[in-house]
Ligand binder design. Structure first.
Ligand code: XMP
Length: 516
């Protein structure tokens, strides 16, 4: 069949970077599909009906190959002549399946490591003697059968990369998909184009059509509700769902009272032009009431997640809809621990924050495989307004997760006002384009100050500004002191309740971007 696209399958062992592998492949205009780690040869054959499967990558994962919760591959997939590359845990599981020796490492390696390339061939072609790579492993491959050769080692890891002497089977102990691996892009390029011989015959536009079709099928072409927050993810999901369902779609924007200043008006302006049913629900009172006295961040997130769903259910009854679409993207899922075998970092309101009982026939998440910048690309393709495409991400629970401790009207007013000041000053300084997010957090701490010669006792507000590529990691931004000074002066002058302003200088990890 002429128009089947070249595809690389990524077997998912639950590693934090699994989807990053797939995304790195798509960046090179080759399609990639993530599949369960224990996919059978028969299931791969079925996929070949749809795609021109040219190679397989085994992702990393938190398990140990000889622990109790070992995740296996079906060894029969090695019988095919399909090129295979294992990364990190994938490297170890491959070694184990071919009867190599994998054991707990004497020295574990986490972070940047130097590898010595012994043979710059195949996946490692064109690389120099020493390479900086990103490693994160507790187990190590110590030996392999004779028909394998070692391609690289480190001081602590005798087989950091290997290949089969006559077949396209490769293992790399490190993560080429992570930007900290200096020549990771070259390694992936070698695998995709030289080893698997893929043609770059996929483009982002193809995904738009695929998603529109998927929405049509999953929603049975029936009346459907979509939760629209006005952020880029739900806006793109709405634009795609509008294409799939037209007037069968009702977009519900819930103003829970924790939105940024001017947000509701901006959303109304954009979406009232769409040919869909667009409803704004004023729900401030009910959200504030439910959150009274709640301080624990996960508890807050769960309450907000549940309340969102209850509002959607009520609107669904009015609209006679049984399906709910959400703009969940991949990092929301991985952080909520909803990807099999990954840990819960925080419950994103639209994933881990969902209540157990939901009165919808189905929840459809058409963007669940994508990262934010891919969503932005789709937004551009769909000609969504520039101010929406470039909008900084905003969490569904809004300012509620930027208000530490009990939520009060006064604290919300303060965080809203200080957020507006930060936005204005960052934009005036021409820094907006370089930052992933910039906002304020109102802490649960009060501190003494002096205002107009009198003692003041007020809130401590924190400024958070980060640079990031896909929110999985982030660095605090080195904003010029003059800009910080201007922000601090404005906040303390314009908001009488604030006496101190601090700047958050923590990267992610170990912090997260939002404080709660
Ligand atoms: P963290 O704080 O986990 O955030 O480093 C990563 C990115 O996700 C955004 N975020 C959310 N987005 N619902 C969302 O739609 C949520 O519940 C949520 N929590 C965090 C956050 O702003 C950052 O860009």
């Amino acid at each position: 069949m002429q128009n089947k696209i070249d595809t690389i399958l990524v077997l998912n062992f639950g590693g934090q970077y699994c989807h990053l592998i797939s995304r790195r492949i798509r960046e090179r205009n080759v399609y990639s599909e993530i599949v369960p780690h224990d996919i059978s040869p028969k299931e791969i054959e079925a996929l070949k009906e749809k795609f021109n499967v040219k190679g397989i990558i085994l992702s990393g994962g938190p398990a140990s190959v000889y622990g109790q919760n070992t995740l296996k591959i079906d060894p029969r997939i090695l019988e095919d002549d399909m090129p295979i590359m294992g990364l990190c845990y994938g490297h170890q599981i491959l070694a184990q399946v071919v009867k190599g020796k994998v054991e707990s490492a004497a020295y574990k390696e986490f972070g940047i490591a130097q590898v010595i390339i012994d043979k710059p061939v195949g996946v490692l072609e064109g690389l120099s003697g020493k390479e900086k790579v990103w490693m994160s492993h507790s187990d190590t491959v110590y030996s392999l059968p004779d028909d394998f050769e070692v391609l690289a080692h480190t001081n602590n890891c005798p087989i950091a990369a290997f290949r089969h002497k006559h077949r396209n089977i490769y293992g790399l102990q490190w993560h080429p998909e992570v930007i900290h691996t200096e020549n990771g892009a070259k390694m992936l390029h070698n695998f995709i184009f030289n080893v698997c011989k893929c043609d770059a015959n996929w483009q982002m536009e193809d995904i738009v059509e695929k998603i529109v079709q998927e929405i049509k099928t999953k929603a049975d072409n029936e009346k459907t509700i979509i939760g629209l927050s006005g952020g880029i993810d739900s806006s793109v999901a709405t634009a795609l769902a509008a294409r799939a369902l037209n007037e069968k779609l009702t977009a519900v924007y819930v103003d829970h009272g924790f939105m940024r200043e001017g947000e509701t008006e901006a959303i109304q302006e954009t979406f009232s032009k769409f040919k869909i049913n667009f409803i704004i629900i004023q729900a401030k009172e009910r959200f504030i009431k439910k959150l009274e006295g709640i301080t624990e961040p996960e508890h807050k997130r769960k309450i907000i997640g549940e309340e969102f769903i209850r509002v959607f259910e009520e609107e669904a009854i009015k609209a006679d809809a049984q399906y709910l679409i959400q703009g969940t993207i991949y990092p929301d899922i991985i952080e909520s621990g909803a990807s099999k075998n990954s840990a819960n970092i925080k419950s994103h309101h639209n994933v881990g924050g969902l209540p157990e009982k939901i009165k919808f026939k189905k929840i459809i998440e058409p963007l669940r495989e994508l990262y934010k910048d891919e969503v932005r690309k789709i937004a551009k393709m769909l000609n969504l307004p520039n101010e929406l495409v470039n909008r900084q991400p905003f969490p569904g629970p809004g300012l509620a997760v930027r208000t530490i401790g009990p939520i009060t009207e006064e604290k919300i007013r303060t965080v809203k006002h200080s957020d507006k000041i930060v936005r204005e000053e960052i934009e005036n300084a021409g820094l907006a384009e370089t930052l992933w997010q910039y906002f304020t957090v109102i802490t649960d701490t009060k501190a003494t100050g002096v205002k107009g010669d009198a003692r003041a006792y007020g809130y401590v507000v924190a400024i958070r500004a980060v640079e990031s590529r896909e929110a999985m990691t982030a660095s605090f931004a080195k904003i010029p002191y003059e800009v910080l000074e201007k922000i601090s002066t404005r906040i303390t002058n314009e908001i009488p309740e604030v006496t101190h302003v601090v700047y958050d200088i923590t990267h992610k990890p170990p912090a997260t971007i939002e404080w709660e």
